[in-house]
Design a protein around this ligand. Structure first.
Ligand code: OOG
Ligand code: NI
Length: 463
């Protein structure tokens, strides 16, 4: 039998092989990541593994997919549910970018620490906001709704296997093989000809809307490996002649601890796709929608830390506004140096970062009693803090990645009231709770803290 984590790891590995065949530049990206990670490990030793073992980091991927309807999202949730992945976080990208991004998103991922350690595979999943009148007028909405209602992304056999894997938390080897084959196939790029005029009608609103609602199947949009030095990776990819987007999204490079998430990507490539003209003739065209992304992960921030991060982004925008774009990284570094603690210890002490806490073995050595309070225990060397790695995404970075890969801005009627999409609406559509990432990190921290009093109790003391 194969348990859920084995299914998840196998799915991630097969998807990676499939995507490497479809998009050869992705295979280059994975190679360069491996080289950079090996170099960092050589240079920094065990310190390089502070936010994850090299085994985990090398295998780690996130995917991105896009679906059209709440019903499709519900089916995706069943497929990922089979892999032990649950919806975490709600991201509304509609207001984040100058380009039209008519989508809201969540990320499917494992939540338990041991599951993350075994296979941290996650998928950023976006839902087209068909009912948002700023993007789709009544006529286009009606046509889009009818088009989406007539397609099937996941067949009954796949869904039945998925439900069984979720309920029983495992599949026999033969069923697992069939499930993986069908699941990977569901995310392959289809060779079916695309209705050219329909695709173009949606593209006038948003290239993302066309990628979702202009075709009769879904596909993986990108698959993202994790790298330990994203600046070095950016340099090496550029050296190899691969055109990267202009910036690295998220926190700047600086000398303090890595926090949250830094991401960049190579530009969407023209891929041959069959197009059907109104007279029925099929021609070979090309579409640029799929790209390659890479990311470096840092420490998860508490609600206070995250609020500070969001303020710092605004501050960077303000200070960079009257400077040349080339100065932005330097401006960001200076803002960070002024506002963020330069060490992990500082992040923990200020309550800005998430850590788990562990009693230092051998204490108490001289019979002194431990001080009360976390700060005293840390400063006195009674406890050590281990960073919790950020497992989620950042809306502004996501929008930046989307936007930098679009050639047209699309259009939106900002005079209209947007329709409400929120975490509850997504939860309702899937019949599964969209989990709050902060709550997950808090629980992880609190579980470690709950062990501390017992671990610090002097030997032989009564309970
Ligand atoms: C998703 C873009 C966002 C990320 O890592 O933030 C994203 C998409 O292109 O569908 O993948
Ligand atoms: Ni991504």
């Amino acid at each position: 039998m194969l348990g859920q984590w084995q299914l998840r790891a196998a799915f991630a590995a097969r998807l990676s092989r499939m995507y490497g065949r479809e998009v050869p530049a992705y295979a280059t990206l994975v190679d360069v990541c491996r080289e950079v990670n090996e170099d960092v490990l050589r240079a920094r030793g065990s310190d390089a593994e502070r936010l994850g073992t090299i085994g985990r980091v090398t295998a780690e991927r996130h995917g991105a997919i896009r679906v059209g309807t709440p019903g499709e999202l519900r089916q995706v949730a069943r497929v990922f549910g089979a892999l032990g992945m649950r919806p975490v976080g709600f991201y509304d990208l509609r207001e984040t970018a100058a380009s039209a991004l008519p989508i809201v998103s969540t990320a499917f991922r494992p939540v338990a620490e041991d599951e993350l350690a075994r296979s941290p595979f996650r998928v950023f999943t976006s839902l087209l906001t068909v009912s948002d009148p700023r993007f789709f007028d009544a006529d286009l909405r009606a046509r889009l709704t009818a088009f989406l209602a007539g397609r099937e992304l996941f067949g009954p056999e796949l869904l039945a296997l998925a439900d069984r894997a979720e309920a029983e938390r495992e599949l026999s080897e033969a069923d697992a093989e069939r499930f993986l084959e069908l699941a990977v196939r569901a995310f392959e790029l289809s060779a079916e000809p695309i209705d050219r005029d329909w695709y173009a009608a949606l593209e006038r609103v948003s290239a993302v809307a066309a990628d979702i609602g202009g075709v009769r199947s879904t596909h993986i949009n990108h698959l993202t490996p994790r790298v330990l030095d994203i600046d070095e990776l950016y340099r090496r990819m550029t050296e190899r002649g691969i055109e990267m987007i202009d910036t690295i999204q998220g926190p700047p490079r600086w000398t303090g601890p890595d926090v949250l998430l830094r991401q960049t990507s190579f530009r969407a490539l023209a891929e041959p796709r069959a197009l059907r003209a109104p007279d029925g003739r099929v021609t070979r065209g090309a579409l640029r929608v799929r790209f390659g992304e890479v990311e470096a992960r840092g420490i998860a921030l508490t609600r206070e830390g995250r609020a500070l991060y969001d303020r710092l982004l605004t501050l960077v925008d303000e200070e960079a506004a009257h400077r040349s774009p080339a100065d932005r990284a330097a401006v960001a570094r200076s803002v960070w140096t002024r506002h963020l603690p330069p060490t992990e210890h500082g992040l923990a002490a200020a309550g800005l970062g998430f850590f788990t806490y562990h009693a230092v073995p051998g204490r108490p050595a001289d019979g002194t009693r431990p001080p009360a309070g976390l700060r005293g225990l840390l400063d006195g060397g009674w406890l050590r803090a281990e960073p919790i790695v950020y497992e989620d995404f950042l809306p502004r970075s996501a929008a930046g990645i989307f936007q930098s890969n679009l050639s047209e801005a699309g259009s939106r009627n900002s005079g209209r009231e947007g329709s409400a999409y929120d975490a509850d609406r997504l939860s309702g559509a899937m019949d599964r709770d969209v989990l709050d990432p902060f709550t997950l990190y808090e629980r992880q921290r609190d579980r470690s803290l709950a062990q501390v009093p017992r671990a610090l109790r002097p030997q032989g003391a009564a309970s």
